[in-house]
Design a protein around this ligand. Structure first.
Ligand SMILES: NC(=O)c1ccc[n+]([C@@H]2O[C@H](COP(=O)([O-])OP(=O)(O)OC[C@H]3O[C@@H](n4cnc5c(N)ncnc54)[C@H](O)[C@@H]3O)[C@@H](O)[C@H]2O)c1
Length: 398
C-alpha cells in the first residue's frame, strides 16, 4: 500500500532477541514533457527560459551547459537569447565527445555549478548538446544535491529521437560504456530540429538508424516514409526545404519519438527485459567495440538489424521481398549492412554477452514482416553462421 508504513508487532517470543520490522514503501510519480519546438533561440521565444520553471521571474537565473562544438556554433545566439529574456546566466562550454564522457567531466560541471550557485526550486539547469552531453548533465543533475531539475535541448539526431527523450543518464568508466549512471528524466525535453542543420551527413545517417529501428519493429508507416524519402531527409538534414519535405521531416520525427516514448513509459526503469527498443542492440554493442573507431553507434545498430532481418527471413517471419526492401532502405540512408570485423565468432560472443545482460535468456527481438516483432530465445550458432554467410553475399551483391 503506497505511503502507509507497514510494521510487524513487537515479538514477545522470549527465546529470540526482540525484533521489529518496518517496511517502507512509497511511490514516486514521474512526469515530464517532451515537446517538439522550432527556433528555440529566437530572442522573443519564451519557451526555453520558461521550461521547467515553476513561476515567471523578472530576472531568471540559468546555468547552461553546452557541448563545446555546439557552443562554437550557437553560443552567440544563446547568449543574445538569454540577455533578451533578462536572465542572469552562465554558459559553461565543455568538450563532450565520447572520450570526454567521464566522471572527471561531470565533476568539472559540478564545480562550475557550485560557483554559479543554484536555487534548485526555481533555476532548472539547461543542457544543450548531443547524447554525450545530455547523458553527463543528466547524471550531474541526479547527483547534485541528490536531484536538481534540468532541461534537455538535444542538438543531434540521436539526441532528438533517443538520448534526449528517455530517463537514462551516465558516464563511461574504465573500458565500460555507461558503467556509472542513473535514471533521471529531465523536467522538460525541447526537441528543435533546427540544430541538426549543422551536423555532418554521417551523423544524420547515424541518427536515422534509430528512427529506422522504430519503423522496422513498430511502425510500418514510419518505415514507408523512410523508404520513400530517405534521400531528401538525408540531404536536407530534416530541415524541410519544401512544403512536402517539411511535412515528411516533421512526421518522421514525431513518429520516431512517439514510438520510443510508447515503449519507454511503461518500462522506464527497465524492469522488463523484453524491450522492443532493444532491437538492433543485441549484437551491436560488441560489433561497435570490436570495430572501434570504425563504426558509429547507429552504424553498428544497422548491421545488427540487417543480420536479424536475414535471420527472421530464414525463419519465415519476414518475406524475401521485405528483407530486400529493408536492406535497400539501409543503403539509401547511407548506413552499412556489414563490416569485415563482424565474423561469426564475434557475433557468437556478442550473443553470449547479451544473454548475460538479459538475465540468462537471449530475449532477441526479431522483426515480423515490417512493423512487428517477436522475442526468441533459441537462435543457434549454426543458424547464426548461415545468416552471416547470407548477409555477406547479399551485401556484396549490392
Ligand atoms: N540516455 C540514453 O537513453 C541514450 C540513448 C542513446 C544514446 N545515448 C548516448 O548518446 C551518445 C551518442 O550521442 P550522439 O550521437 O548525439 O553523439 P555526440 O553527443 O558525441 O555528438 C556527436 C558530435 O556532434 C557534435 N555536435 C553536437 N551537436 C551538434 C550540432 N548541432 N552541430 C554540429 N555538431 C554537433 C558533438 O560535439 C560531437 O562531436 C552515446 O554516448 C550514447 O551512449 C544515450
Amino acid at each position: 500500500v503506497p505511503n502507509q508504513l507497514l510494521t510487524t508487532p513487537f515479538e514477545h517470543d522470549v527465546s529470540r532477541p526482540p525484533r521489529s520490522t518496518w517496511t517502507v514503501q512509497t511511490e514516486k510519480v514521474i512526469s515530464y514533457e517532451v515537446t517538439v519546438e522550432r527556433n528555440l533561440l529566437e530572442p522573443d521565444n519564451p519557451t526555453l527560459i520558461r521550461a521547467g520553471a515553476r513561476r515567471e521571474d523578472a530576472r531568471p537565473r540559468r546555468f547552461c551547459i553546452a557541448d563545446a562544438n555546439v557552443h562554437r556554433l550557437y553560443g552567440r545566439p544563446l547568449r543574445e537569447y538569454l540577455r533578451r529574456q533578462g536572465a542572469e546566466f552562465r554558459i559553461y562550454a565543455v568538450d563532450a565527445s565520447e572520450p570526454d564522457k567521464t566522471m572527471a567531466t561531470a565533476l568539472r560541471i559540478v564545480a562550475a555549478m557550485d560557483e554559479f550557485g543554484i536555487d534548485r526550486r526555481r533555476e532548472p539547469i539547461i543542457a544543450i548538446g548531443g547524447g554525450v552531453l545530455l547523458d553527463i548533465v543528466g547524471l550531474v543533475s541526479s547527483l547534485y544535491r541528490r536531484h536538481t531539475p534540468y532541461v534537455r535541448v538535444p542538438t543531434t539526431l540521436i539526441g532528438l529521437v533517443d538520448a534526449g527523450v528517455g530517463a537514462k543518464t551516465g558516464v563511461n568508466f574504465g573500458e565500460h560504456k555507461n558503467r556509472l549512471g542513473t535514471y533521471e528524466p529531465p523536467v522538460v525535453a525541447l526537441l528543435d530540429r533546427s540544430f541538426i542543420a549543422t551536423i555532418d551527413e554521417r551523423h544524420i545517417s547515424n541518427g536515422l538508424a534509430e528512427v529506422l529501428k522504430i519503423g522496422l519493429v513498430k511502425d510500418a508507416t514510419l518505415f514507408a516514409l523512410l523508404e520513400r524519402h530517405a534521400k531528401d531527409l538525408l540531404r536536407e538534414r530534416l530541415q524541410g526545404e519544401s512544403p512536402t519535405t517539411e511535412a515528411v521531416a516533421r512526421e518522421v520525427l514525431r513518429r520516431a519519438v512517439h514510438g520510443m516514448l510508447e515503449e519507454l513509459q511503461p518500462n522506464l526503469w527497465e524492469h522488463t527485459l523484453e524491450r522492443i527498443v532493444d532491437y538492433g542492440h543485441s549484437f551491436s554493442p560488441t560489433i561497435e567495440m570490436t570495430a572501434l573507431p570504425a563504426l558509429l553507434h547507429g552504424e553498428a545498430v544497422t548491421i545488427d538489424m540487417a543480420l536479424t532481418t536475414v535471420l527472421a527471413a530464414h525463419r519465415g517471419l519476414v518475406s524475401r521481398s521485405e528483407r530486400d526492401r529493408v536492406l535497400a532502405v539501409m543503403a539509401e540512408l547511407g548506413l552499412p549492412v556489414w563490416h569485415p570485423t563482424c565474423d561469426v565468432e564475434v557475433l557468437r560472443k556478442a550473443l553470449r554477452d547479451t544473454v548475460r545482460h538479459r538475465d540468462g535468456a537471449q530475449r532477441l527481438p526479431l522483426p515480423v514482416g515490417i512493423g512487428g516483432a517477436v522475442f526468441v530465445n533459441d537462435v543457434t550458432d549454426t543458424e547464426l553462421a548461415v545468416a552471416v554467410k547470407d548477409l555477406v553475399e547479399l551485401s556484396e551483391s549490392r
